[in-house]
Design a protein around this ligand. Structure first.
Ligand SMILES: CC(C)[C@H](C(=O)O)[C@@H](O)C(=O)O
Ligand code: SF4
Length: 758
């Protein structure tokens, strides 16, 4: 039996292939940003743990940054007005300065969304493992890397050990064959897929995208697919590297050159799944069936073609009551009527941006539709390039002029209106056609309504003032669209800036390679652990929603905290409080007296904790008082984050048992969760169900041990692996610290006073 590309990269990165209980993957590159890192650095400091490889770590700021004009920019402390955001950004600056980590600050034109910046600089290379504490890290898989995400505890683990604990996931193959129709973009491919498999369809899997349609896509279009793999529940997504990949990589600042390029290329060309590889799941899609699509509801799989109608819950009442309830809730939130035509949905706002669709090809495609046209008077439309270099490139090509003439607001790089963490938010009730990846309730602002679309569909909506079929604009007199360019992204123009003194990473540079900060001489003998878990008796708070996402558990506004505590009061904010009056909603379960002190949450709906990797979701549950969550299934990142914070997540797929636990909760009767014996009993001690838990997590929970202590015990193995890796793949090392300062490259803002001259 052959291996998949994922199998191969995973195996190659196993630090100790014999350790099956806590498998460690070596991380070749680590990307960090302001939101989930403060707590990680703080905890390292408290436990006297050094950052192991500052030379394999790269930082930027994106989520919190305001996107208004930076012509008067002096420094972050002055520019960022909102105090919590300012604290988070300046704290990151302090941490990277202390640890000497390379950083693209707001005064550096290379700054931008972490998943735009990484590939743009060539940080992510085929066959490597990249880690970033953000759920859209799979984006980087487009170059044929294994791109892993996780929460703050994982970030801390990578900083301290340069490894991440990763079990082996399953293989999911998505094969798309044939030619895409006019106006169909890679965003439509991934929306189409999500419509088929749902938000939990690929849970516990890594997706490999393949087939003739995929090979014909540009790198940036492939990134869109990999980016949204997480929306299907996948642990990551990737595309085997080919000539398109190599062409994209060549010449980027962090990509090897000269002899090393030749050696690297020879290796990269071997990276593909074997013909006889075993696939746990396969989905085949005929490209001809895909039409420009939109989401209508509050989950990324609520997908309909632009020619379609809004679903009717009545159609599911008999067969799938969960789905019928979810549709009713979404229709109410989105203020839509069943069976309404997609093209009849009027919009107020358009947002083109985010790590999904803010690259140069997205902007080129959008500009082709916008050219010579006008945004409808009723619409406010904004374009936020993914990085300063994307913005610079777009301006060089005159795209900004096209957009401004059409009536778009042209802004500075950042996550912007993708999530409500910076000044760009929707007002309650506003409806937005958005090129982002999540349409959850409140995602773009309290009460805001999001429809996910491709960049060209966003422009079509902006012009019409309602959801529109971009194909109406094809071959029209003004700004006619060349379909090939539209789907393939057009010519490959480099989107990074001038390199005055090109860096060239060659093997000879390895002589003075950085020495890792190995922990032995610094390590404290006693470190903080996690709260111990043994046996717990409590009334379980009963929930019955499917796909409870982490935005719903704790909205983006609260991710600006720099501690792990204090989030409990805003747990489930949008379910718990009236959006207008901010008063408690009496019907919500956690506002009812018996459940205010519940330590167990039981949910009968599947896929608990989907969406973002924010560990804040777990911290808010723990801060509220929960020690255990029971559900039929969990999203992978949330599940991992639970164990690292002493919160026991128990998947119970025996639906009768689950109903019984739920019924005990409704009746206000205690249940007893026994971790050592792995069972759940009722108040009389009668067994309801036995449960599975992986032995390593059980051991850590019962003994209150944190992962890092365990991993550091394998220091010699990590060091040995690292030494081998350096010999075999020298081009993966010694490159980030050779990045040059923005000033030397002419990429600093003229008004900036905080430029770091590295
Ligand atoms: C803040 C970050 C942890 C989060 C994520 O993991 O995705 C964010 O980027 C999001 O899109 O919700
Ligand atoms: S999904 Fe949005 S908020 Fe998250 S990294 Fe991407 S752009 Fe930023």
């Amino acid at each position: 039996m052959g291996l998949t590309l994922y199998d191969k990269i995973y195996q190659q990165h196993l630090v100790d292939p014999d350790n099956k209980t806590a498998p460690l993957q070596y991380v070749d590159a680590h990307l960090i940003f302001e939101v989930p890192t403060a707590q990680a650095f703080d905890s390292l400091r408290r436990n006297s743990r050094p950052v192991r490889r500052t030379d394999l770590t790269l930082a930027t700021v994106d989520h919190n940054v305001p996107t208004n004009n930076r012509s008067q920019y002096r420094n972050a402390a002055f520019f960022v007005k909102e105090p919590a955001a300012r604290t988070q950004i300046t704290l990151l600056e302090k941490n990277i300065t202390e640890h000497k980590i390379k950083f693209f600050s707001m005064s550096d034109r290379r700054q931008g969304i972490v998943h735009v910046v990484g590939p743009e600089q060539g940080l992510t290379l085929p066959g490597s493992v990249i880690f970033c504490g953000d759920s859209h890290t799979p984006t980087h898989g487009a170059v044929g890397a294994l791109a892993l995400s996780g929460g703050t505890s994982d970030i801390e683990h990578v900083l301290a050990t340069q490894t991440v604990l990763q079990k082996k996931y399953k293989n999911f193959r998505v094969c798309v064959e044939g030619e895409l129709g006019p106006g169909v973009y890679s965003k439509d491919i991934i929306l189409h897929l999500l419509g088929q498999i749902g938000t939990a369809g690929a849970t516990g899997c890594v997706i490999e995208f393949c087939g003739s349609t995929i090979w014909n896509l540009s790198m940036e279009a492939r990134m869109v697919l990999c980016n949204m793999s997480i929306e299907g529940g996948a642990r990551s997504g990737l595309v085997a590297p080919d000539d398109v990949t190599f062409e994209y990589l060549k010449g980027r600042p962090l990509v090897p050159s000269g002899d090393d390029w030749e050696k690297a290329l020879a290796y990269w060309q071997t990276l593909h799944s074997d013909v006889d590889a075993y696939w746990d799941f396969t989905v085949e899609i005929d490209a001809a069936e895909i039409v420009p699509s939109i989401t209508w509801g509050t989950s990324p799989d609520d997908v309909i073609p632009i020619t379609g109608r809004i679903p009717d819950p009545v159609d599911y009442d008999g067969t799938n009551p969960f789905k019928a309830a979810a549709i009713r809730r979404a229709l109410k939130y989105m203020d839509l009527k069943p069976n309404m035509l997609a093209v009849d949905i009027k919009i107020d706002r358009v947002f083109i941006g985010s790590c999904t669709n803010s690259r140069i090809e997205d902007l080129r495609a959008a500009a082709r539709v916008a050219k010579g046209r006008k945004v409808a008077e009723s619409v406010y439309a904004m374009i936020v390039p993914g990085s300063g270099l994307v913005k610079q490139q777009a301006e060089k090509e005159g795209l900004d002029v096209i957009f401004k003439e059409a009536g778009f607001d042209w802004r500075e790089a950042g996550c912007s209106m993708c999530l409500a963490m910076n000044p760009d938010v929707l007002s309650p009730g506003e409806r937005c056609a958005s090129t982002t990846n999540r349409n959850f309730e409140g995602r773009q602002g309290v009460g805001g309504r999001t429809h996910l679309v491709s960049p060209v569909m966003a422009v079509a909506a902006a012009i019409k003032g309602r959801m529109a079929d971009v194909r109406e604009f094809l071959n029209a007199e003004n700004g006619s669209i060349n379909v090939t360019q539209l789907t393939l992204g057009g010519e490959q123009v480099r989107s990074y800036g001038p390199v005055k003194e090109p860096i060239s990473v060659s093997t000879s540079d390895l002589v003075d390679d950085a020495i890792p900060n190995r922990p032995t001489q610094h390590a404290k003998t006693s470190v903080e652990g996690i709260p111990k878990f043994d046996v717990l008796s409590s009334v379980a708070a009963p929930f019955d929603m499917q796909n409870i996402n982490t935005d719903l558990i704790i909205p983006g506004e609260y991710l600006k905290t720099v501690t792990r505590t204090g989030l409990g009061s805003n747990l489930f904010r949008d379910l718990r409080y009236d959006t207008k009056t901010h008063q408690e909603i009496p019907e919500f379960i956690l506002n009812q007296p018996p459940y205010r002190n519940s330590q167990i949450l039981v949910c009968t709906g599947e896929n608990f904790g989907c969406g973002s990797s924010r560990e804040h979701a777990v911290w808010s549950l723990v801060d509220f008082g929960f020690r255990c969550v029971i559900a039929p299934s969990f999203a992978s990142i949330f599940f991992n984050n639970c164990g690292k914070n002493g919160l026991l997540a128990i998947p119970v797929d025996d639906l009768e048992a689950l109903k019984e636990i739920h019924a005990n909760g409704v009746a206000n009767r205690e249940i007893r969760v026994d971790l050592p014996n792995q069972d759940i009993r009722d108040a009389e001690g009668r067994l309801i169900v036995k449960f599975e838990v992986d032995p390593y997590t059980k051991h850590c929970l019962i003994n209150g041990l944190d992962d890092i202590s365990n991993t550091l015990a394998s220091e010699e193995k990590i060091y040995a692996f690292e030494t081998r890796q350096k010999k075999t793949f020298p081009w993966l090392f010694n490159r980030i610290r050779k990045l040059q300062s923005p000033r030397r490259l002419g990429l600093d803002l003229p008004s900036a006073m905080d430029v770091l001259d590295w």
